[in-house]
Design a protein around this ligand. Structure first.
Ligand code: ADP
Ligand code: MG
Length: 437
């Protein structure tokens, strides 16, 4: 008897979008030598398209016939997946389109989502090619999970959809300034962090949020981690720790003999960011976007469809009465919705892909450099909240608004620079679908 062809399982068809300039520019080479052989072996059929410019992936995704694909995979850093998700949301049929499973094969320098996928699967935290191999294997397993998206609105009226984070202060400064070390791959963030630690800025701002009162506390994701014989994590393997120890900074008794360094002074409202206290000269980099530098979600962008943000009021109006507001000086403000801020930064261990939560984390001014280093070192294994640092605050929220009061600074959405000014967002639980393996 003959079986109708439509009843036979057909191979999965994946649209692979590759950014040849992501990270150290190894994406194409790694794809050819490792990714394609593995997915061919898994009986997946694919089209591979190399992006030719920023926003190419976004435009492609807006025009494809959804019925032809079982998934769209970004072979890149987080930036290309951001384009894919926003391309899907900009379609007239966004409600259907955003159900298209999306995946990531990490070959950029910012690989936060891949870090979260790897961790969610219970795999040891790894970087580079090892992370790519893990994620390719998981991609072959094909399991799909709902993914929260956060609708972000800016003062210009631009709206975009974010799957990772909104960052201001220390984190966005490092992300954007370290672009110039792009050739170093993920190590660019290590170097960027060191440079920033040396010239810690504070920023004044007003942060408002709608607390998620019914949020249940989650235990950190259980992971199999290689533990050294003394019961501690093999910290020397972690790049930031290694770099700091090379500089004699990882043991505080070496770095700051006895006395803690002076706390960073708080600026008065509206004043420009001060260069930090006494120890080191002010930074030599500028915060202005370079000529022709692209801003994600800029004013010129088409306003996208998508679900209404029923929790938000327009940026010009005061936040609803049920919201909380803190006005303070911050070292950083980070709204993060996935467990990882980078492949080796386990920043929000309690976050789940579809917990419907924005994890608002901020560090208030007054923290010492030593304590900030301690937090970032601990973040590599996700134990920074155990330090009970009084300057570090975490609040699970459904929506937030950030109004920078310091005139200059950098804001990023999913690691991409956006216009600097008031910004707000609300979570849309499980709106997208992520290939998690
Ligand atoms: P990385 O993690 O190294 O930054 P991403 O995948 O995030 O890698 O890509 C960084 C940026 O490169 C994204 O904003 C994306 O829009 C842009 N981009 C994509 N394709 C190209 C290309 N062919 N040339 C230049 N930039 C590109
Ligand atoms: Mg989440």
């Amino acid at each position: 008897t003959e079986i109708a062809p439509s009843l036979l399982p057909r191979p999965r068809r994946l649209l692979l979008l590759l950014n040849p300039f992501g990270g150290r520019g190894l994406a194409l080479q790694w794809c050819q030598t490792h990714v394609l052989p593995m997915i061919t072996e898994a009986d997946i059929s694919f089209n591979l398209i190399q992006t030719e410019r920023p926003n190419h992936a976004r435009e492609l995704v807006k025009g494809i016939n959804l019925a032809e694909w079982d998934g769209i995979v970004a072979i890149s850093g987080d930036g290309l997946l951001y384009e894919v998700l926003n391309g899907l949301m900009e379609r007239h049929d966004w409600e259907e389109a955003i159900k298209m499973p999306v995946g990531i094969l990490p070959s950029g320098s910012g690989n936060a989502l891949a870090g979260a996928i790897n961790c969610n699967a219970g795999l040891e935290q790894v970087l580079g090619l090892e992370l790519l191999l893990n994620c390719t294997l998981l991609l072959c397993h094909a399991a799909v999970a709902p993914l929260d998206l956060v609708a972000i609105t800016m003062a210009s009226g631009a709206r975009c959809f974010s799957c990772l984070s909104v960052a201001w202060g220390f984190v966005s400064d490092v992300d954007i300034e370290s672009e110039k070390y792009r050739h170093m791959g993920a190590a660019r963030f290590t170097l960027g962090t060191l440079v920033r630690l040396a010239s810690m800025h504070t920023y004044r701002g007003r942060l408002s949020y709608l607390p998620a009162t019914d949020a249940t506390a989650h235990r950190p994701i259980s992971r199999s981690i290689t533990v050294a014989p003394n019961g501690h994590l093999p910290l020397q393997r972690l790049p930031l720790h290694r770099a700091l120890s090379d500089m004699g900074l990882c043991e505080e008794r070496h770095a700051f003999r006895g006395a803690e360094p002076a706390p960073v002074p708080c600026p008065s409202p509206g004043s420009p960011p001060p260069s930090s206290a006494s120890v080191l000269p002010p930074p030599s980099f500028s915060f202005e976007p370079g000529p022709g530098e692209l801003l994600a979600g800029g004013a010129g962008e088409a306003r996208v469809g998508g679900p209404p943000d029923e929790l938000l009021v327009p940026l010009g109006q005061p936040v609803p009465g049920s919201w909380m507001t803190v006005e303070d000086n911050f070292v950083l403000v980070l709204a993060i919705y996935q467990s990882h801020l980078g492949a080796d930064l386990f920043t929000a261990p309690f976050a789940r892909f579809d917990d419907g939560l924005i994890h608002l984390c901020f560090i208030k001014a007054g923290i010492s450099r030593a304590a900030l280093i301690r937090l970032f070192l601990a973040m590599e294994k996700g134990s920074h909240f155990e330090q009970e640092c009084p300057h570090l605050v975490h609040v699970p929220v459904r929506a937030f608004r950030l109004e920078p009061l310091t005139r200059k600074g950098i804001l990023t959405v999913d690691g991409e620079r956006v216009e600097y000014g008031p910004i707000q967002g609300q979570v849309h639980q499980g709106l997208a679908r992520l290939i998690t393996g």
